[in-house]
Design a protein around this ligand. Structure first.
Ligand code: KIV
Ligand code: ZN
Length: 392
């Protein structure tokens, strides 16, 4: 295994994350969040599921136009022509788009969802890939519920879709059932065989957190040869969520000696990404959440505080600054200047706009600050949102 690998990061907050009840965002909010993912330097954004509604189609299209010059853009399709066409039409403005097709491989999916023979389901996948390849040179195929699939059928499907033209194979632990050793083993076995069929195909993983194992499973997959990971900010996603981007990225960074892998993620943007998502969705992050929880860098016991004051390494494995946490809190009041206000806007993951836009926003801030003792994060969020609404 090459131990100096750069792991490709696909963020699916706007697709798997947005499937969460209460997390629905409007098109402007999605574009705002996609811009933050651009600052975070994720490699690929999965922008949505365009066949699901006209609104989703338009949102994916806007995201592709807004960020598609500097990031790869994809969107989800079932293995049917209409879905694939919808993906193609919505992402084609991006510089490096690819189509993502999903189809189940476990017995329960084949028998209960499709009620067809295994061969017939596999053939659907093959035909879908062939069709998608007539539209774009890059196609990802996800073998839904892979971790509960019979290995030989799973492999037969992977081999068939790769021969049909799939360029990325994504192995999902759709219901968060796998455990780290087992999932790592699955990835190793697939990887060994895949190399003999086409060693240019990218092997990817997509884990869910039903047993709280998504981060561990993703890391185990990386150790066993996965070159691409699908993750979300704050671990937002179906049910108990997806693998949290910030946890895997920081584990790879802090334990670089162990994994020997890097990512392109600008870790100083992690906290801003988390805060922006929290504000946009209204879904809070638990206080003890790794990396982005309010207490992630708080030390309360006397023994710990004493140790830290002697040497940070005693109780700190990474610095708060590395993930974008401030070493000092700036309180915003009517006496705050432009610099402090700009810092507060950027801290929440917002684009601060050009000079003229920022000057108008700052004026609105001063008007609000005159009415209050202190301007809090939620006030800044409200101000920026209102400003954006008016500018539309
Ligand atoms: O969980 C899952 O299997 C998915 C696929 C679409 C990758 O979200
Ligand atoms: Zn998923």
């Amino acid at each position: 295994m090459n131990n100096n690998r750069n792991i490709i990061v696909l963020d699916t907050t706007l697709r798997d994350g947005e499937q969460v009840p209460g997390a629905k965002l409007n098109v402007y909010q999605k574009v705002e969040f996609a811009r933050q993912l651009q600052r975070l330097r994720v490699d690929i954004v999965e922008a949505g599921f365009p066949a699901s509604s006209q609104g989703d189609f338009l949102a994916v299209q806007e995201i592709a136009k807004a960020v598609g010059d500097s990031m790869s853009v994809t969107a989800l399709a079932r293995a049917v022509k209409n879905d694939i066409d919808a993906v193609y039409e919505s992402i084609k403005a991006a510089h490096d788009p690819f189509i993502h097709i999903v189809l189940g491989t476990s017995n329960v999916h084949v028998e209960k969802k499709f009620n067809r023979s295994k061969d017939a389901v596999m053939e659907m996948g093959v035909e879908a890939v062939k069709y998608a390849r007539t539209l774009l040179p890059q196609v990802q195929y996800s073998t839904e519920d892979a971790s509960r699939s019979e290995f030989e059928y799973l492999w037969k499907t992977i081999e068939a879709v790769v021969r049909a033209g799939a360029t990325i194979i994504n192995v999902p632990d759709t219901v968060g059932y796998a455990e780290p050793e087992e999932f790592g083993d699955l990835i190793r076995r697939i990887n060994e065989r895949l190399k003999n069929v086409n060693d240019e195909v990218v092997l990817s993983v997509h884990c869910h957190n039903d047993l709280g194992l998504a981060t561990a499973n993703t890391l185990s997959a990386i150790k066993n040869g996965a070159d691409k990971i699908e993750v979300t900010i704050n671990g937002l996603g179906e049910r108990a969520g997806n693998t949290s981007l910030e946890e895997v990225v920081m584990a790879l960074k802090v334990r670089q000696n162990r994994y020997g892998c890097t990512t392109n993620i600008q870790t100083k943007e992690l906290l801003a990404s988390s805060r922006l998502l929290t504000h946009l969705t209204g879904l809070d992050v638990q206080v003890n959440k790794a990396i982005t929880g309010a207490n992630a860098f708080a030390h309360s016991s006397g023994i710990h505080q004493d140790g830290l004051l002697k040497d940070k390494n005693v109780y700190e494995i990474m610095s708060p600054e590395e993930v974008g946490a401030e070493s000092m809190e700036l309180v915003l009041t009517a006496r705050s200047g432009r610099h402090a206000f700009k810092h507060a806007v950027a801290k929440l993951g917002f684009d601060t706009g050009n000079d003229a836009e920022f000057a108008r926003l700052f004026q609105e801030f001063l008007e609000l600050a005159d009415l209050k003792k202190e301007v809090y994060d939620h006030d800044v969020f409200y101000l920026v949102n209102r400003y954006r609404e008016q500018a539309r």
